[in-house]
Write a protein that binds this ligand. Structure first.
Ligand SMILES: [Ca+2]
Ligand SMILES: [Ca+2]
Ligand SMILES: [Ca+2]
Ligand SMILES: [Ca+2]
Length: 361
């Protein structure tokens, strides 16, 4: 009897494990991921995607991050979009002992040496992660073309550099377009999200997005020297970069709390930016920040939430707008015919036009 009960419990456990581990690498969020480990808190400086297509997207954003380890595989789901203009998704993973807290200059030459474009140029700079994040593995994905295609690369990041890197292959969108790499990795994208954060550099909220980029990495890839140990957790730092890996956006997970794009990757030091610019398996994401917008009192402006703005008698310009936006949200409407831009239409404008009469560029 005891034996039967034990067997029943074991078979129940097996059923539970099978259900919990049911991840389909297709670019759509699975229940097995649970709740997000990280939620985006910053509007995107790389364009808000509006197309709603599984393949082409006209903006890049990382709305939320999920990571789970099941069946000796690390699954990562990054909700959002990757603009199909060959923007790059860069993902760094800290899953084992050792690794690089600051990217070296002698990592593998992959993706047109894009990995080393972020590393030390010999002057002692190089992309620097938060304390406690020593990257062991890099993954990158891009997409675009007249006929939509995806491309992916990966490299190991041993403490002393000179790891192994390779092109993983090419694919398309959704379940049919999964990149099945010879090293066992799988990479999928579904670009159809039109929700999540909007365009800008104020606070935003990446909640509720269920499509994006999905990656499966066999844990064995982190153990190139047989000294990786038993891997049960992983930390992930993910961000969107431009086509040459040389201009980092403000779409970083964990988020930047309303920052503009970061620019030169060699100068980026996540230790100096507030909060943690990585997330970990098992983390519970911080809730979205209270979203604010530009609130105009005639031509004066304050960044407030909508309720406070209305209560104070201001005019709210929408979530994610901000007072230092361009054009300035509270500036008076320009007058048509104000040729010299001094805010009045008078004889000075006529003289300006006459003075430039006949000009053709
Ligand atoms: Ca999926
Ligand atoms: Ca490490
Ligand atoms: Ca969006
Ligand atoms: Ca930080």
């Amino acid at each position: 009897m005891k034996q039967i009960a034990t067997m029943t419990i074991m078979s129940l456990m097996a059923t539970t494990i099978t259900l919990a581990g049911n991840v389909n690498v297709d670019g759509t969020l699975d229940a097995a991921y649970g709740t997000p480990n990280s939620l985006q808190n910053t509007q995107t400086g790389f364009g808000d995607s509006t197309l709603g297509l599984p393949d082409f997207a006209d903006g890049s954003e990382l709305d939320a991050g999920y990571a789970i380890i099941t069946g000796d595989i690390l699954y990562i789901f990054l909700a959002g979009n990757l603009e199909s203009s060959f923007n790059k998704l860069d993902v760094f993973i800290d899953a084992r002992n050792g690794g690089q807290n600051r990217l070296r200059s002698d990592n593998p030459d992959v993706d047109y040496d894009g990995l080393n474009r972020m590393g030390d140029d010999g002057s002692g700079n190089g992309l620097t992660f938060d304390n406690g994040f020593d990257a062991d593995f890099w993954f990158s994905m891009t997409c675009g073309g007249d006929t939509f295609a995806t491309y992916a690369n990966a490299a190991t990041l041993p403490t002393k550099g000179a790891g192994f890197g390779e092109f993983l292959g090419s694919g398309g969108a959704g379940a049919e377009g999964v990149i099945e790499a010879s090293n066992g990795m799988q990479i999928a994208i579904n670009n159809s999200n039109t929700a999540g954060v909007g365009y800008g550099e104020g606070l935003g909220c990446g909640e509720g997005v269920t499509t994006g980029i999905e990656i499966a990495i066999p844990l064995g890839l982190f153990d190139w020297d047989g000294k990786g140990g038993n891997i049960t957790t992983a930390k992930i730092c993910a961000f969107v970069n431009n086509g040459s890996h040389d201009y980092v956006s403000n779409q970083v997970l964990g988020g930047l709390s309303g920052s503009p794009n970061l620019g030169e990757p060699r100068a980026v030091n996540f230790r100096k930016l507030s909060g943690l610019q990585y997330f970990m398996t098992g983390d519970i994401a911080d809730p979205c920040p209270e979203v604010s917008g530009a609130c105009c009192f005639d031509t004066d402006c304050s960044d407030l939430n909508e309720a406070d703005c209305v209560a104070l008698g201001g005019e709210y310009h929408g979530d994610g707008t901000f007072c230092n936006g361009n054009p300035a949200p509270c500036a008076p409407e320009p007058c048509a015919g104000d040729a010299n831009g001094d805010g009045e239409v008078n004889v000075e404008d006529i003289l300006e036009v006459i003075g430039n009469w006949g000009c053709t560029p």
